[in-house]
Design a protein around this ligand. Structure first.
Ligand code: GLP
Length: 242
């Protein structure tokens, strides 16, 4: 595992954006696995700036996002499709037809998950998967569980995740209780993984996930087994890692 401990959030975002930009430069038709949450917003801003300056070209890039709330439409400003459009896709020259997010409006969970697995498969594998890290060690929306999930699955969000994500909603009651998420096995199939964690509140879980036992109770711990992982964090999140 490659570990970058950066001074602050802006530097960590710059580092993450550079790694993504390098992937796009080396393989313009690459498949990017993309993430939501507050952590990647800075990296997305950097990528937008690079694209505006003509330093990177997203026109051939394809993408798959990790997850989506069940029941939210793409137009709902809390949906992850809306997040991706407003924080990245609307500002770069990617063809939105080549971007994928699970269909939150599909009420049949089995169908929604199977459809998304087919999409991931049809893309021929993810070249670089970007990840954030939940406070309980979740990656995408794979919550602590008895076993590591395989393909796309429908999860019941834990109270911790609902509480953490409530800051984006008008009230806690509005946070959906379920989500469709790419599975752990699918995430592990990405050729390269880039995980970003920032802030003091992530320090404990970074330590647990990357230096503790590998267990589905800490989903991100599985990344210790991946052959090409880069962990980027700010000094606060990485305080036990240096
Ligand atoms: C959500 C997302 C995850 C993300 C996590 C952490 O639960 N489904 O993909 O990694 O939040 O979010 P943040 O970056 O805001 O701490």
């Amino acid at each position: 595992m490659k570990v970058y401990c950066e001074k602050d959030y802006d530097q960590a975002s710059r580092r993450a954006a550079n790694i993504i930009a390098a992937q796009v430069l080396l393989k313009p038709e690459c498949v990017l696995g993309l993430a939501t949450g507050s952590t990647p917003v800075g990296a997305y801003k950097e990528l937008i700036a690079k694209c505006e300056k003509g330093e990177i070209d997203f026109s051939k890039v394809r993408s798959v996002n990790l997850d989506e709330y069940k029941g939210l439409s793409p137009e709902n400003d809390q949906s992850y499709r809306y997040f991706m459009n407003t924080n990245l896709f609307d500002h770069i020259n990617i063809d939105k037809n080549n971007t994928n997010v699970p269909n939150g409006l599909e009420p049949d969970a089995d169908k929604a998950c199977a459809d998304y697995d087919k999409i991931i498969e049809s893309m021929g594998g993810v070249d670089l998967q970007l990840l954030g890290l939940g406070h309980n060690g979740h990656i995408a929306f794979n919550e602590p569980a008895e076993e590591f999930s395989k393909g796309t699955n429908c999860v019941n969000l834990t109270q911790m995740t609902i509480d953490a994500n409530a800051r984006f909603f008008e009230s806690k009651d509005e946070v959906p209780k379920q989500a469709y998420t790419m599975g752990i096995a699918s995430i592990m199939q990405a050729k390269k993984i880039l995980i970003v964690a920032c802030g003091e509140d992530k320090a404990e879980i970074v330590k647990k996930a990357f230096t503790g036992p590998i267990t589905p109770q800490v989903p991100a711990s599985v990344l210790q087994l991946h052959p090409d992982v880069t962990l980027v964090g700010d000094a606060a999140a990485m305080k036990y890692m240096v």
